[in-house]
Structure formats: C-alpha cells, structure tokens
Design a protein around this ligand. Sequence first.
Ligand SMILES: [Zn+2]
Ligand SMILES: [Zn+2]
Length: 424
Amino acid sequence: MKYFCLIFSLSGGFILNAQTNLENDFKIIEPKVVEWRRHFHEHPELSNQEFKTAETIAEHLTSLGIEVQTGVAKTGVVGVLKGNSPGKVVALRADIDGLPVTERNELPFKSNVKAEFMGTKTGVMHACGHDTHIAILMGVAEVLSKHKDKINGTVKFIFQPAEEGPPPGEEGGAKLMIKEGVLKEPKVDAIFGLHINSATPVGTIKYKSGGIMAAVERFVIHIKGKQSHGSQPWLGVDPIVISAKIIDGLQTIISRESDLTEEAAVITVGKITSGVRFNIIPESAELIGTVRSLDTDMKAKIIKRMTEMTETIAKAYGGEATITFENFTSITYNDPDLTTTMLPTLQKVAGADHVVLTKAVTGGEDFSYFQEVVPGLYFFLGGMTPGNTEAFPHHTQDFIIDESGLLLGVKTMTQLAIDYLKLD
Ligand SMILES: [Zn+2]
Ligand SMILES: [Zn+2]
C-alpha cells in the first residue's frame, strides 16, 4: 500500500510524499492535456451537437475505469468515480461547446470546421475556451482515478453541453442536465467550476464570494397605441412617444431606485421596432432588451418595477403595454461559506499572491443553475501570456489562450475535490 495515506494524512493535511506524488502525476498529465485541448480546438462542435466531443470524453473516462453515462441533456457525459469508502459527493463541471465564429488565428491546430447556425453557414470555433475546460477536466479525471482507492467519497465529472445556449426551440445546457437528474444519484453535495480567461495572466486565479456573474434576462415590451395620420397626432395614440417615456422610466430603476452599494445591475434596451414611414403614427411598437443582476432580491425588485412602469406609463399616455421576461442564466453565486472554506486550497495551489479577489462580471454563465440546487464555487483561471498587453476577448475570431495556463486548472480542480471530500 505504497500510496495509502498519501492523500489523507492523519493530521488532515497532505504529507510530503502525497504532494510529491501528485506533482509527478501533474507532470505526466500536462502534455496530454495540451494534446487534448489541441484536438478539441481543431474539432469544435456547436451547442447540442457535441457528438464527437462527447465520444472522445466518454472513451477517455471509460479507459480510466470510471462509470460513464452518455447522452445526458442530449450530448453531455457524466463520469462517476467512487472512492474506497462512502463519503461526500463532489461534482466538477466543464462545458464543452464551441461557437459560430470563424477562427482567424494561424495555428497548426486551427479550426476549419464549418456548420449551419440558424440558417447561415458559419465557421465553428472554441472561441470561449471550452476546449481548455474539457482537456483540464479529462486531466483531473486521470489524476484522481489513479488515487481512487484513497478517496473517501465520490467525484462526479460533469461534461456539460450547450453552455452558450441551445438553439432556439431546443432545451439544453445545465438546466436540462439538472432536469435529467445530474445532481442526484449519487446526490451532489458541492460543485466546482472554472472559466479560462484570455485577459488574466497565466498562473492567476480570480474569485469572488457571492454573485460573480450576472443573472441574464431578455425582456420584450409590446406597446399598443392607435394609428393616425402623422399630421394629426391628436387622433391617435403614439406608441413611439410611449416607447421613449418607458425607456426613460426604466433607466431610473437602476439610477434612482437600486442600492448600488449592494451590487451592480444593468437595464439595456437593445432594439426598438415601430413604424413604416414619416407621416404615419403607427399602431404598435416593440422594445427588446436585457437585464443583468447580481443579487436575487434586487433582481426581483427590478423585474417588479419594470412591469409596473411599463404598464402604468403606457396607460398614462392612453396606450397599453405588456412586458415579458425570459431567463437565460441565474446569478453565478459563490456560496460564501464554501468560498471561505475552499480559499486556502486555491491559495495553496496557485500561491496566495496569485489568488486575486475580482469584481463581478455582468456577463452570464449557466453554471449558475447548478448553484441554485447545491452550493458551488466558480472561478476564473488565467490564460493570457504573462507580459502580453493585448488580450483578444472571448467570442472573437482572434481569441487565444496560452496553454501554459492549463496545468494550474488541473491542479486546482484536483485539489478542490480532494480537500472538499476531506471536510467533516
Ligand atoms: Zn462564452
Ligand atoms: Zn464560456
């Protein structure tokens, strides 16, 4: 039993040999992770179409002796690694989809994949870095499976499709995985996830307790007025003027009514449609926009006030208006207790100087749905070449990740699982 007690020492911490051993495993895994990442980068697949990606993941997990379930939420793969004795269940999640973006990087493993997206032929690219997430979690699975007999508890590997959103009319992503029971049997106690970041230097981890990424809602406002000749507005009810008043009113919800010392929030109207020509006051108008929020109570209040304002403002000007909301992601909410408990793990792996408290991001992430069911911790992993000052943003043709950042991802997720399962 050479490795017995390598993971769990009696004192609850790591003994020297254990760390050395894991270090060896990490050294062995790094080139494999890079190779996997290049493979996935060259062969990206769109949301809900990650068939080949899933096949490669499932083959790898099976080869490690991990119990594998495929076809979860259409193309998701779930691996269950049971330790030598019962204990807690920790889930580690990686999202696996690419985006309809045509790659402009000149790389030996550049994507030349094309696909049809909403009726348009487009290039496909891992332009958000989910290729790195898959490779990192495959690496974690390999390292942890080597130490299976020393794990008290269970590790669930969740390879999640369609994080970028399923195609219109389809279900998918974290929401569908939860619906299909991914957090049950065995019941998950806590979940960890990361996102590579092209603007954070390699070696750095960014975290935040509480809301780290925003809840994303899409809203649609329908305004009904009364059509008339443009020269005789007194005979009609002008939905364009009502639109202006509603937009004006909505903006005061953030600027005048929200306690911005608590959290930030955003209301944006991104599209206005109304009218056909200069001398007709049209019958209706439509406004489409988004709300971003980082606090559940604030979100509820914003939605309530938006509804009240839309209806009453339209009424005040003689028209009618309705507003509907569609939820895209919840708040990526890092459980404060779990964050405090696991922070020493992040610091141990990356070095305390390299674990940085970050501001919240007003973009959304569907990892948030898992965190609505079980406590979770989501953090950002550096993927920018140190010294580089020009990072190309996620979702662009030039988006690029420095592969030397991947190993820290493997180490962090591995250690989070080990340390979490050790907790009483
Ligand atoms: Zn993305
Ligand atoms: Zn992403």
